[in-house]
Design a protein around this ligand. Sequence first.
Ligand code: HEM
Length: 456
Amino acid sequence: MNGLQEVETRKYTKPPQMPGLPALGSALELMRSPLAFFVRGYHELGSVYRVRAANRDLYVLAGRQANLFMTQKGDGVLHSHELFGDFARELETEIFLVAMDGAPHRHLRGEMRDGYAREAYMRYLPEMGALIQNTARAWRVGETIPATRMLQRLVSRQLSQAIANFDAEPYFDALSVFLNTIMNAAVLKTWPRIMLKNPRYVRAKRRVMDMAREILRRHREEPVAGRAPDLIDDLLHATTIDGKPLSEAALIAATVGPMIAGIDTAANTLSFLLYSLLKNPDVLARVQSEAQRVPAAEYPTFAELKAMRALHGAALETLRLYPVAFAVPRMSVAEFEFDGYVVPKNQEVFVASGVTHYLPEFFPEPYQFDIDRYDAPRQEQRKAGVFVPYGLGAHTCLGAGMAELIIMFTTAMLLRTVELTLAPSDYVLRVRNMPLPRPDNRFGLRVMALKNGGAQ
Ligand code: HEM
């Protein structure tokens, strides 16, 4: 068969299917190590294949062509609403950024851009520095800190400060239950929907809504004075595409939005980064010496952080090796063709964006933690469509600049304040997906010494 005939024939055949177990299909493997599963599928079946997971049939698009397709044309045929709609309904509004598409989505995204920008975090660098330092100085030498949980708490406090001039600390446990349940039960559907009626979740949701109302109340009662406007100030003046102010439910959803999108993503990435540094002492030494160069009583400025090339390389390498959002779930709203196959309308599709991170043609020795990939002359991340930790297309992460700053600043401040080792010392990474990937609960940080005047 010549090439043209082969393409013509493909149009009338379905893409290949990943073999799986009789009833469950590939559900277990997908739950256990989804990214490794998508990489294997790409190597064995190519850039488009079908997966059955219990009663769901998915199409997976993977590889550089899939990433480029999603960036250039994907948003016209692959929508978010159908998948994130349940999430929006839980918040009792249809105006919720991740669940919107097309022009109304673009408009709302524009209204929120400044509030999510890196500058919103930079304004508070001294406060963020003090928060991280005080957190670490409260630890005792010899103590073991549960890494991911501590980082999630720390990130939630930083995010709420940057976004809303508010400290979310008293709400952290509720945020955590709310986020886990809604992601698993309403978006990924790895938990039954009935979990949305679970009293623990219902209580957590009520408390998170109370937090949002309190943030909105304070912003209404104390309009900007002596500080730059933040996301919440902007939301109070924002409109939908048809010029109407946001409803109270839409305001509440947009107030909790950054916490939902930002806490686990940034904190889990930080957790993988600290693990990688502590596992690679030579890299740790390079990053530590950069972090230590800033005078002891101060915190690194943005310019100083930008100059920390080893820390930057380590952050990017962590985002490559451990992309916490390694696939974008979508629903096809029209039939379309990809790589010669037809994807039908109303089909659940995963664009497995993270697969390219593991392809040796783009990242030689892809399983090696190599922080020097990103600087000249190598710059392996530069090729379009190969390094996409923040997603693709219209919904690309709105908080990417802020996330990178949180990750670099928190790491630099922790390394300046405290000396850490892995706990247990022979800990080997095991990734849990709950719902986003993170090191499992055995991963701890042992405090070896406090630096810069911390109490011993
Ligand atoms: C390492 C940290 C982070 C990673 C890897 C990450 C990744 C992503 C990805 C892949 C998406 C696209 C999801 C999709 O297309 O369905 C996304 C969307 C989004 N992210 Fe992030 N994110 C991170 C941190 C943050 C932070 C800290 C914030 C808030 C300050 C944030 C706010 C958002 C928002 C608002 C969206 C939705 C954008 C839209 O729908 O238009 N993210 N993120």
